[in-house]
Design a protein around this ligand. Structure first.
Ligand code: UDP
Length: 240
C-alpha cells in the first residue's frame, strides 16, 4: 500500500465517471464539460490537495452492455478500458492547457501514447503536486472503474474516495420515482451491501470496507461541489 498523506496535504482519489465528460445522456467528450471539471480540479490542486483520478469510460461504452453472441466479454471490456484512456487523454490535455501539472498513466500499455501505470511513479507524481489520472481501469476484464478506484485509493494511501454522481448522495429509494425517499448523510458499508444501495458495485464497496476507506458520494454536477469535495468538505453521503 502507498504512504498515507496524513502528515502532509490531503490525498484523495476521485472516481470520475465517463458521463461527467459529456452532456447529459450524450456520448463521447464534450469540451464544455471538461472545462468546468478542470476549473474545480485546479482550485483544489492550488490549495494543496493531492489528487488521483480514476476515469471511467461509460460515455463510450460499457463491456457488460456491449458483450453479446458476436462480441465476447473480454473484447468488450478491452474496448471499455480503451474508452477510459480516451477520456484520460482528454482530461490530461485540458488540465495541461489550464496550466495544472498532470501525469496520465494507464494500466494497459498503449505504446508511445500513455505512461504505463506503476505505483511508485504514481506516488512520486502525487508528491510533486501533479494531478494523476489513472486510465485503463485495472487492466483486467470483468472489473469496473469503481473497483479500480477503490484499489488505487488503497494503493496510494488516499484518505477518502470521492464518488461524483448525478444525485446529491445516497437515498433510501430512487428520489425521482419515490417522493418519500430520504437522503442519508452517513451509512455503514454493511448497510450499503445489505440493502443493495446504489453507491458503487459490491466488489468496490467490499474493498473499501476491508481497508476502512471512507467513500463520499456527492453531486458533482452542482457548481463548486467538486472542489468542495476535493478540499474535504463533508457534502453528500459518507459511507464508512
Ligand atoms: N473495464 C474493465 N476493467 C476495469 C475497468 C473497466 O474491463 O478494470 C471496462 C468495462 O467494460 C467497463 C468499461 O471499461 O464497463 C468502462 O468503465 P466503467 O463502466 O466503470 O465506466 P463509468 O461507468 O464509470 O463511466
Amino acid at each position: 500500500m502507498g504512504e498515507s498523506s496524513s502528515d502532509g496535504p490531503p490525498r484523495v482519489l476521485l472516481k470520475l465517471s465517463g458521463e461527467a465528460l459529456c452532456e447529459a445522456g450524450g456520448h463521447g467528450v464534450e469540451p464544455g464539460a471538461l472545462t468546468s471539471i478542470v476549473e474545480e480540479l485546479a482550485t483544489a490542486a492550488k490549495q494543496g490537495s493531492q489528487i488521483g483520478i480514476v476515469v471511467g469510460g461509460g460515455n463510450f461504452l460499457r463491456g457488460a452492455t456491449l458483450s453479446s453472441s458476436s462480441i465476447d466479454r473480454t473484447s468488450a471490456d478491452a474496448m471499455g478500458m480503451m474508452g477510459t484512456i480516451m477520456n484520460g487523454l482528454a482530461l490530461e490535455s485540458a488540465l495541461k492547457n489550464a496550466d495544472v501539472p498532470v501525469q496520465l498513466f494507464s494500466a494497459i500499455q498503449v505504446g508511445t501514447v500513455v505512461h504505463p501505470y506503476g505505483q511508485r511513479e504514481c506516488e512520486a507524481a502525487l508528491a510533486r503536486g501533479e494531478v494523476v489520472i489513472l486510465a485503463g481501469g485495472t487492466g483486467h476484464p470483468f472489473f469496473t472503474t469503481d473497483t479500480c478506484a477503490s484499489l488505487r485509493a488503497v494503493q496510494i494511501g488516499a484518505g477518502r474516495l470521492l464518488k461524483g454522481t448525478k444525485v446529491d448522495g445516497v437515498y433510501s429509494a430512487d428520489p425521482k420515482k419515490d417522493p418519500t425517499a430520504t437522503r442519508y448523510s452517513e451509512l455503514s458499508y454493511q448497510d450499503v451491501l445489505a440493502q443493495g444501495l446504489q453507491v458503487m458495485d459490491a466488489t468496490a464497496v467490499a474493498m473499501c470496507m476491508e481497508y476502512q476507506l471512507p467513500v463520499m458520494v456527492f453531486d458533482m454536477f452542482k457548481k463548486g461541489n467538486l472542489s468542495r469535495a476535493l478540499l474535504g468538505e463533508p457534502i453528500g453521503t459518507v459511507v464508512s
